[in-house]
Write a protein that binds this ligand. Sequence first.
Ligand SMILES: Nc1ncnc2c1ncn2[C@@H]1O[C@H](COP(=O)(O)OP(=O)(O)OP(=O)(O)O)[C@@H](O)[C@H]1O
Ligand SMILES: [Mg+2]
Length: 264
Amino acid sequence: MSTRVNEREEEQTDAPAPAPYGASVAEAARATRFIDVRGLEKTFSGDGAPIQALRGLDLTVAEGTFLGVMGQSGSGKSTFLAMLGGLTHPSGGSVSVDGIDLYALPGERLADFRREYLGFVFQSFNLVPYLTALENVMLPLAVKRMPGAEKRRRALGVLERVGLSARAGHLPGKLSGGEQERVAIARALVNEPPLILADEPTGALDSETTVEIMDLFATLNREGITIVMVTHNPEIRRYFDRTIVLRDGRLDCELPACAADIPL
Ligand SMILES: Nc1ncnc2c1ncn2[C@@H]1O[C@H](COP(=O)(O)OP(=O)(O)OP(=O)(O)O)[C@@H](O)[C@H]1O
Ligand SMILES: [Mg+2]
């Protein structure tokens, strides 16, 4: 994974190659700080008074973690997720993923990072209504230099992975909510990202379908994908390795320390 995107400059020096033991220690250190957030701040300034959505957030997440993010509406969860994904520049602080300092990257490298590292899944699915399930899943491959047949093969592979190969030719409008969600997950997976960011992915689903979708996320996590998921649903906390709670743009606490009066 460390050879993705950044081809880190510091690794191209004339320094002697580190001993294998040293390399594995560095790799282990990177894995334990797979996501490293330091003093993250975001202030939105519009017509009215500036809004401080994040007020100095620190967090370290190990590779392979299934992290839940909870907190009341307006506490900064979506803003936080967008910043983990390199979508919104912070007003202060830093985010690094797998040792890559996201907001120190030039714009086009940040786009490379998103393409190679991330799968996004949103509550509203964000499927293109006039494209079939298969075509929706192929979208992230549009910019890849790869034969069309290979793109199709990969997209069909992930649709099969989420149990939807029989629906590949259907338009989103002809699919149930859970099926649309699975198409959205397949689309997030098609680039084989090591990190999935999901913002209330079960928010529009009934409880039975929620369990189905969460089981799918849990399987992906067991296969090694790090997942950060925002949710208001206390029922799905049991899937998470760690659950943090945001309040007013700050990390309020982490379960189980704040289990008693968790604000949803
Ligand atoms: N683009 C924006 N411009 C101005 N203010 C914004 C913008 N995005 C978010 N905010 C504000 O920042 C704060 C945090 O918003 P955010 O969407 O991160 O909350 P949230 O925890 O995801 O809430 P919810 O649970 O309702 O989705 C809110 O006060 C919101 O109004
Ligand atoms: Mg939100």
